[in-house]
Design a protein around this ligand. Structure first.
Ligand code: GTQ
Length: 360
């Protein structure tokens, strides 16, 4: 029904003659690179987010063989980064998992090195399986262990290597999350290859965690990065914190026991463009519906259960990766204690003032 007020009256539909004149005008305006807003206003400025991409699950049991097979086709050195991109089936050809973010599964085999480079995109790593590999970021090596959340800040040199012996040690697989589409939106992409395969390592292993991630800070320390100075949040600590929470009280009805990875300098998010969180849903717990304006990527860390997005139902098993487009209400159900890592562009939306969420 059309709304009629003192100032807003529904316009009568244009006659074919008027419509023809308008089309002719649009054609002439186009020669001056001009276009009418009024034919596009509702789609340019919709009442609520229009779905970008689809909800989807990459079942780890199904995609793992492909990730491993990639090693038969190309080395980490030749590929530079041997990654299978998790491309949203609703965003084919975009290399995007959401409207604003990228995801991929990276594989490094024992003895391999992925050479040092740097770029303006920020990367997060969530370690899925394996042992014996490290990433070196801005002069510090950190071993990667399943469940660790690792940050590669914008424009920091980084390389990855597996120190295990070929044939005896396990391959290492992790999820890469990058803000490639955000940086592309601003067309501010820069990259540089390091002169050496491995950039210089100047600090001992564990240095950043000891200095900045122990509830302490060096006196007089001046922080100069937009990222947390802690660049590996080890799973052992995260798991202990989550399980302590289960003893302390009831989970949030819409989210479970939900925690965010924090920058110890200012209490903000750990990264400037990607918000990272971890949650635990106790066995038998089901959340009430929740939606937010950020499209979310989930990784199942432990346990099993289900994710419902509208009419869609996805069973959840360890290491599955899922995407929920923004503003789609969803619920989670835990069959066993269920731990989920997630990342989204929420931190960027909050800074720019348009993040929204709705419970129920
Ligand atoms: O490890 O530096 O998945 O530069 C995509 C681009 C990983 C990386 C990706 C990258 C990297």
């Amino acid at each position: 029904m059309n709304t009629t007020t003192a100032t807003v009256t529904a316009a009568p539909a244009p006659t074919p003659a008027i419509q023809k004149e308008r089309e002719a005008f649009y054609g002439r305006a186009d020669t001056q690179s001009l276009a009418p807003l009024w034919t596009r206003l509702k789609s340019l400025v919709p009442a609520a987010p229009t779905p970008a991409g689809v909800a989807h699950r990459w079942a780890y049991a199904e995609v793992r063989p492909y990730v491993l097979e990639s090693a038969a086709h190309i080395s980490a050195a030749e590929a530079e980064r041997r990654v299978l991109i998790l491309e949203n089936p609703g965003l084919k050809g975009s290399s995007q998992i959401t409207n604003s973010l990228y995801a991929g599964l990276q594989l490094i085999m024992p003895g391999e090195l992925a050479p040092a480079h740097r770029h303006t995109q920020s990367a997060l790593r969530f370690i899925i399986e394996g042992s014996g590999a490290f990433t070196a970021v801005d002069g510090e090596k950190t071993p990667m262990q399943p469940g660790d959340f690792v940050i590669t800040p914008s424009w920091t040199w980084h390389h990855h290597a597996h120190e295990g012996a070929a044939g005896t040690d396990a391959p290492m697989i992790w999820l890469d999350g990058l803000d490639i589409p955000i940086v592309a939106l601003f067309n501010s992409t820069f990259r540089e290859d390091h002169a050496q395969d491995a950039a210089a390592v100047t600090r001992p292993v564990g240095d950043a965690l000891a200095r900045y991630g122990s509830g302490l800070l060096p006196v007089g320390y001046r922080h100069r990065s937009l990222n947390s100075p802690v660049f590996n949040y080890p799973w052992a600590r995260t798991r202990d914190a989550l399980h302590a929470l289960t003893l302390a009280g009831a989970p949030d009805a819409h989210a479970g026991h939900l925690m965010r990875y924090v920058n110890p300098i200012d209490g903000g998010w750990a990264m400037p463009t990607m918000a990272t969180m971890i949650r635990l849903l106790p066995a038998g717990f089901a959340t009430l519906p929740y939606r937010s304006s950020d499209s979310m990527v989930f990784v199942v860390v432990e346990g099993s259960g289900a994710l419902r997005v509208g009419e869609q139902h996805f069973a959840l098993h360890p290491h599955d990766v899922l995407v929920v487009p923004g503003w789609m209400a969803h619920t989670l159900h835990a069959s066993s204690d269920l731990v989920l890592f997630s990342y989204s562009d929420r931190v960027a939306q909050e800074k720019l003032g348009f993040f929204r969420e709705q419970r129920g």
